[in-house]
Design a protein around this ligand. Structure first.
Ligand code: TXA
Ligand code: MG
Length: 314
């Protein structure tokens, strides 16, 4: 599969029309969203969706998120409870993915044969314009090879999938920089399967919020994910291993061979937006180990720590 395409990168204006044409032809295309870049294909075409798995080397057991062109599409693809409708009204378009009972229109390859489907509506203007013109939902996981760091720029997508896909639409850097919050909605129970930009605190007004559910996990049910190739440990900047990089929350990182600061002012939003880019730069700096300083675990900090733990797991 690798090396089949001479991957083009297009700025949004030209890229949008080309993206719609590729989607209509059953091909994949990388598009910017407000969270991370996604690799999109027609969600109602199982063969097109198979190309996503192929390009990413993703196991077929890992289901895809369906992105809808408008709020009206939600009922077409899923059974929508009152709680789910309220969540969509409050947080869409935006970085919240709802896991709901699926409808038959969604192919099995998208849900990995499960009875549920994950659905979201992106707020990114380029993504929205492409979906409106295409007129159908797209399946879109993050545009990285399986298990690796999600891309937050067009250049990151090229580093991950260059040669494997025909087109990247360049919409600039992603505003949030980490993937959407995934919530399984069961009655008034809201089970957070993946932490993200919409925090547990923001969800409490809509139901009883809890962590994951036994037997259901995301993403992919694996401990290791979002992982750089260089070993990453969560630790204290006071311990400086040789040839080490520091992913810094508050320290200047004296003694480290390379330092990436997540946010000079300890702002969690800025830290989330910088997280994957900083991890990627450290990963290509020829280091033996990356030390990641923990961030406070509240609000967005929970989402950042979830990513760091998965990056540290081997
Ligand atoms: O912000 C995002 O959500 C990005 C952008 C591109 O929209 N997408 C994204 O997709 O992060 P992906 O595939 O990299 O991660 C979504 C995870 C999958 O790994 C999968 O395990 C989980 O969502 N998932 C999908 N459908 C599910 C379902 N029906 N039940 C439980 N988990 C599901
Ligand atoms: Mg992913």
């Amino acid at each position: 599969m690798a090396g089949r395409f001479d991957t083009r990168v297009e700025r949004s204006a030209d890229g949008g029309a080309a993206a719609v044409a590729l989607l209509a032809a059953g091909e994949v295309v990388a598009l910017p969203t407000e969270t991370v870049y996604g690799l999109a294909a027609d969600a109602l075409d199982p063969v097109a969706c198979a190309r996503i798995f192929e390009a990413k080397d993703r196991p077929l057991s890992d289901p895809l998120i369906v992105h809808v062109p408008s709020r009206d599409w939600l009922e077409e693809v899923a059974e929508v409870s009152e709680t789910a409708a309220l969540l969509a009204e409050r947080f869409w378009p935006g970085p919240l993915t709802l896991v709901l009972p699926r409808r038959k229109i969604i192919p099995d390859i998208v849900t990995a044969g499960q009875g549920t489907v994950a659905v979201r509506m992106s707020a990114h203007p380029v993504f929205q314009a492409v979906l409106r013109a295409f007129g159908r939902p797209v399946a879109a996981p993050s545009a990285n090879r399986f298990g690796r760091i999600s891309p937050t720029s067009a250049a990151d997508v090229i580093a991950e999938l260059g040669g494997r896909i025909p087109l990247v639409v360049d919409g600039g850097p992603c505003a949030h920089g980490i993937e959407s919050t995934i919530v399984l909605v069961r009655g008034t129970g809201l089970h957070i399967l993946r932490s993200g930009p919409v925090t547990a605190g923001e969800l409490t007004a809509f139901g009883t919020v809890s962590g994951g559910v036994a037997g259901i996990s995301a993403p992919g049910g694996l401990a290791s994910h979002y992982a750089p190739r260089t070993p990453l440990v969560i630790g204290d900047s006071a311990d400086v291993p040789s040839n080490a990089g520091l992913l810094s929350w508050r320290s200047v990182g004296a003694g480290f061979a390379r330092v990436e600061r997540l946010s000079e002012n300890q702002d969690l939003r800025e830290a989330a937006a910088n997280l994957y880019g900083a991890m990627r730069r450290l990963d290509t700096a020829g280091l033996d180990v990356i030390v990641a300083e923990p961030v406070p675990e509240d609000g967005l900090g929970a989402a950042i720590m979830e990513r760091l733990r998965k990056a540290a797991a081997r």
